[in-house]
Write a protein that binds this ligand. Structure first.
Ligand SMILES: *Cc1c(COP(=O)(O)O)cnc(C)c1O
Length: 392
């Protein structure tokens, strides 16, 4: 494939996705002619209220919830995680002050758990095994009489590792404890029906499924008390005050409908491209390892360690050639800290440093994968030549 500047290859769909033109088209009227406040009682407001409630209907049905009252619109996955954890901690304080989460959660969960700790809650972090799966015995033993919440993610954003949420739910529900899952990466990629999974709260975000940024959902099972994080009006039944993001809500529902109708087709295509990428790399680059068993990870996510080189350098070189992907690790103040997810899986530091996350999407093509496979061996060879760790 001839690649020009105009053709940049996007393999970072776990960070965010491009808005599907069909979603954008459905949203546009709510920026232009239909822009009432859903709380206003005049015609403009009533129209806005109607589309918000239509979207809520669509959403609750798609996730198999019991009623539209269980859907709270938020500003995104981060806010949903915060509202779930902070809201339950405040809402169930009288029952205890212990919460449980895992070592591989998104920072929106881990840092909220830290905040709760600073406010006097006890936090237990469940470890994972070398494949990234939650230690179920540890979890089971960690649940005490004062435990009020367990929060374990459905699928990990860095490695794509999928947890057995049904099994975890059985353990948690046997003890009658509220169970939250961060379902942001699972949506559109895995079956996500709240009653089948046995979850009480689920965080979702539109921009990971070809919807707009800045709109999220918290599914909250009926009867579970939650204390809102912000004070204001009565919107979202006072659980999340603030004027509704009407175009965002319309866009989220639209993106969820598309994800549902294209579920099998998209995931099968993406999965075969992921395997094509994996096979191409195995055949053409030595000293690599996959982080997370390839068949137990999301259809679109491939986290690969290129030993003896830094993931950061690989990604800069790929970027220069027009390929966008990411490292799992966050670069903190100049020092390259290995990813907390890979550390939790006890990936050795040399491999963790060389980790690159390729996350494919529904717009990824075979040609793009082949181009990526064609340029990587040269990049890795060059970087290894410069690496003090590498002896060919
Ligand atoms: C992206 C992401 C979030 C945060 O969602 P935002 O809408 O970007 O705030 C939370 N959890 C996971 C697993 C994610 O991948």
């Amino acid at each position: 494939m001839k690649k020009t500047d105009k053709h940049r290859i996007y393999l970072d769909n776990n960070a965010t996705t491009f808005v599907d033109p069909k979603v954008l088209k459905e949203m546009l009227p709510y920026f232009k002619e239909c822009c009432g406040n859903a709380s206003s009682i005049h015609g403009f407001g009533r129209k806005a209220r109607m589309v918000v409630e239509d979207a809520r209907e669509t959403v609750y049905k798609l996730i198999g919830a019991d009623s539209s009252d269980e859907i709270i619109f938020t500003s995104g996955g981060t806010e949903s995680d915060n509202l779930a954890i902070q809201g339950i901690c405040k809402g169930l304080k009288k029952n205890g002050n212990h919460i449980i989460t895992s070592a591989i959660e998104h920072k929106a969960v881990l840092n909220t758990a830290k905040l709760m700790e600073s406010e006097g809650f006890r936090v237990t972090i469940v470890p994972v095994d070398k494949n990234g799966f939650i230690d179920l015995d540890f979890l089971s033993n960690a649940i005490k009489d004062d435990t009020i919440l367990v929060s374990i993610m459905y699928a990990n954003n860095e490695t794509g590792i999928i947890q057995d949420i049904k099994k975890i739910s059985e353990i948690v529900k046997k003890r009658n404890i509220v169970f939250h899952t961060d379902g942001v990466q699972a949506l559109g990629k895995l079956s996500l029906k709240v009653n089948e999974l046995g979850v009480d709260l689920v965080s979702l975000s539109a921009h990971k499924i070809y919807g707009p940024k800045g709109i999220g959902i918290l599914y909250l099972r009926k009867g579970i008390p939650i204390v809102p994080m912000v004070k204001g009006g009565h919107q979202e039944k006072a659980r999340r005050p603030g004027t509704e993001n009407v175009p965002g809500i319309v866009g989220f529902a639209s993106a969820m409908k598309l994800a549902d109708s294209g579920f099998d087709e998209n995931n099968e295509k993406i999965k075969s491209l992921k395997h094509r990428l994996y096979k191409g790399l195995v055949a053409n680059v030595g000293d690599i390892q996959v982080n997370g068993p390839i068949d137990k990870t999301l259809s679109n996510t491939l986290n690969i360690s290129f030993k003896f080189v830094e993931g950061e350098s690989i990604l800069l070189n790929l970027d220069m050639k027009g390929v966008a992907c990411s490292t799992g690790s966050a670069c903190t103040s100049g020092s390259l800290e290995p990813s907390h997810v890979l550390s939790a899986m006890k990936v050795d530091p040399v491999s963790a440093q060389g980790a690159v996350r390729f996350s494919l999407g529904k717009y990824t093509t075979k040609e793009e994968i082949d181009y990526t496979v064609s340029i990587l061996p040269e990049i890795i060879k060059k970087l290894r030549k410069m690496s003090p760790l590498y002896e060919a």
